[in-house]
Ligand binder design. Structure first.
Ligand SMILES: [Zn+2]
Length: 303
């Protein structure tokens, strides 16, 4: 039985690839973040010490050409040749996919983008990520970074534009004013703090916005404007048939609808129906995407 894993900073979710190509989730364990030996043992135990291949969705950047992962929140994997080292430790084939890419693949093959040529899956959660699938194939790009639209400044460094009172928030990538730092759930909280001097969690900001509260409405207006502007560049560049969304903010249907309408109003093409929609695999895109990689790579190799 091919084992599939969705490895995040807090939890490892695991499952088994069924004959019909779906993944049945078998459980989750805490991620041994700092201990490589414990990490290997956890993977081995969760996959029932079988000799079958393993397919992993990893919450971090992964360059399949160099084989090196960039996962600052899982120190034992950070800057490691994860695939090579896991194969050596477990004695079986391992394939690794970045989690946003796994989600995009799940949507393009079996989800909202099924049968559609260009699918750009995005994550709107504590950070911002994405993955591009064209004609059913994942585009990984130089350094495995294709689809990572969250980095690169979105804020106007001269300020004084249509939205005033915002700072240029520092980003984990070392730049300032990135989409990731501004248009994520954390970004929404930063915008709210800049505009109103109040520290509120993103879910409280959206809840009070739904209740008609003025300050939250101003925050959401600025947040969705910046996000729609960034997305409009992507839409004009890629011509996606659908932009499925995963991550915590994808659970707010009213927010997604607003982001969708504002984005479609800015782009050149005429999208008559919603473009930015909640992904069918918003909750389990990592595992399902790992399953797709496994069934294309290992089952095809086996045949
Ligand atoms: Zn950045």
């Amino acid at each position: 039985m091919i084992s599939c894993f969705d490895i995040g900073g807090s939890f490892i979710r695991h499952g088994e690839l069924r004959q019909d190509g779906t993944v049945s989730e078998t459980g989750r364990v805490a991620t041994p973040g700092a201990d490589w030996h414990a990490f290997v043992q956890a993977i081995d135990k969760c996959s029932k010490k079988s000799q079958e291949p393993i397919s992993i969705s990893l919450a971090g950047a992964y360059d399949e050409r160099s084989g090196i992962a960039d996962v600052a929140n899982i120190p034992c994997l950070h800057k490691r040749h994860v695939q090579m080292d896991l194969e050596a430790a477990l004695g079986r084939p391992v394939v690794i996919t970045n989690d946003a890419n796994a989600f995009a693949l799940a949507e393009a093959i079996d989800g909202t983008g099924r049968g559609k040529p260009v699918v750009f899956g995005i994550i709107l959660g504590s950070g911002v990520g994405g993955g591009l699938v064209v004609n059913g194939s994942l585009v990984t790009g130089v350094g495995g970074m294709a689809g990572e639209w969250g980095h690169g400044p979105v804020m106007d460094p001269t300020a004084g534009g249509q939205i005033t009172g915002l700072e240029h928030y520092p980003c984990g990538c070392g730049q300032v004013g990135c989409i990731d730092a501004t248009c994520s759930a954390r970004g929404m909280e930063r915008i709210h703090a800049s505009l109103h001097g109040a520290q509120l969690a993103s879910r409280d900001i959206t809840a009070t916005w739904h209740d008609g509260e003025t300050q939250a409405a101003e925050t959401i207006e600025a947040f969705t404007t910046l996000l729609a502007r960034a997305l409009s560049v992507l839409v004009n560049t890629l011509g996606p048939d659908v932009i499925p969304v995963s991550g915590g903010l994808s659970n707010d249907a009213i927010l997604l609808d607003l982001i969708d309408r504002k984005t479609r109003a800015l782009v050149l093409a005429d999208y008559a129906s919603p473009l930015v929609v909640k992904g069918q695999f918003a909750e389990n895109g990592g595992l399902h995407g790992a399953g797709i990689v496994a069934r294309t790579k290992f089952r095809r190799e086996k045949a």
